[in-house]
Design a protein around this ligand. Structure first.
Ligand code: GRG
Length: 310
């Protein structure tokens, strides 16, 4: 019947994520060999291959394939965004920033290799990301993508990491930490858009650019990524409250006693859940003009971010 025809065909999301993550992991492993000096490459590999979910590289590949590009074109930008993600985590964990001992369930880079090597491992990953993205020989396809598309993606990524992107988010976050009054909601949103959404945006946009997407497709996918970036953080805040209240066996969780400003603190749990629903809906609206079968990975990725349990 008409109705059953509208139901999108079955899509094996788990299988999709596992397959793509395995491809990305193999390429990451090859991209950072244990060259000399050994210690720095050990540190880079330690953090890069520590078992992240690979959400950013998978978004990059999915977006490239959605606009009709090949997976091979998306591999260098996918590696680049994961390297930048990892370097931002290494630097974020340093004693001069968040001073964390654990990351992805393992001791942080500076805990294992010392602060100097951890700073340098972050710097080296940032540099390697741009080397891989800009070098036509990194593309496991012949021919490699047109150089005009490569240049556009370099510019996009460079802007997103810099002082109006990731770094801006981190700076405003630092400036907002430890202040006695709670952070206003527009500033909270600014921090999330810059610390989290901007790199998800670059991941999706780089995939769309390198895959040969039109300007209007790139902009649709950019809006999709911004929505899921903010969604990621709103859900994080919600899980913070619900998880800790479960753990403590009462309604008020650790979130309400910690000094971190969160969405549930500012607008309440119910409104936060509504906001998450709206963001998920808005993200999917951006995909409406694409072929629904081809858009399935990005639709499921939005749901995965919205309905995850940790
Ligand atoms: C970029 C030059 C430069 C400096 C870094 C430290 C810093 C500036 C920015 C901090 C960025 C930061 C730590 C953002 C939080 C990102 C985030 C949402 C992490 C969690 O991502 P997941 O869940 O992690 O995808 P996995 O481990 O699965 O990869």
């Amino acid at each position: 019947t008409k109705d059953t025809m509208r139901i999108p065909p079955e899509f094996d999301f788990k299988g999709y994520m596992l397959t793509k993550a395995a491809t990305v992991n193999r390429a990451l492993d090859l991209a950072v060999p244990l060259a000399d000096p050994r210690r720095i490459h050990e540190a880079m590999r330690y953090s890069l291959l520590a078992g992240g979910k690979r959400v950013r590289p998978i978004l990059c590949v999915a977006s490239c394939e959605l606009v009709g590009g090949s997976e091979a074109f998306a591999i260098p930008p996918a590696l680049a965004v994961e390297m930048i993600h990892t370097m931002s985590l290494i630097h974020d964990d340093l004693p001069c920033m968040d001073d964390d001992d654990l990351r992805r369930g393992k001791p942080t880079c500076h805990r294992v290799f010392g602060e100097a090597i951890a700073v340098l491992a972050g710097d080296a990953l940032l540099s390697l990301a741009f080397h891989i993205l800009s070098n036509p020989n990194s593309y496991p396809s012949s021919p490699s993508p047109p150089s005009s598309l490569i240049v556009r993606s370099i510019s996009e990524l460079a802007f997103c990491v810099g002082s109006e992107g990731l770094v801006a988010g981190q700076v405003v976050d630092i400036e907002s930490t430890g202040v006695s009054e709670s952070v206003p909601i527009d500033r909270l949103e600014y921090i999330h858009l810059h610390k989290t959404a901007v790199l998800l945006e670059a991941s999706v946009v780089l995939g769309a650019i390198i895959g040969g997407g039109s300007d209007s497709q790139v902009e649709k996918l950019r809006r999709y990524a911004r929505c899921i970036g903010l969604l990621f953080q709103v859900v994080d805040d919600i899980l913070d409250v619900t998880k800790s209240s479960q753990e403590l066996g009462k309604t008020a969780g650790k979130d309400l006693v910690s000094d971190k400003t969160t969405y549930p603190k500012l607008i309440g749990l119910e409104k936060s859940r509504e906001f998450a629903e709206e963001l998920n809906h808005e993200a999917k609206q951006q995909l409406e003009e694409f072929d629904s079968e081809k858009a399935a990975p990005l639709v499921h990725l939005a749901n995965y971010i919205a309905y995850r349990q940790k």
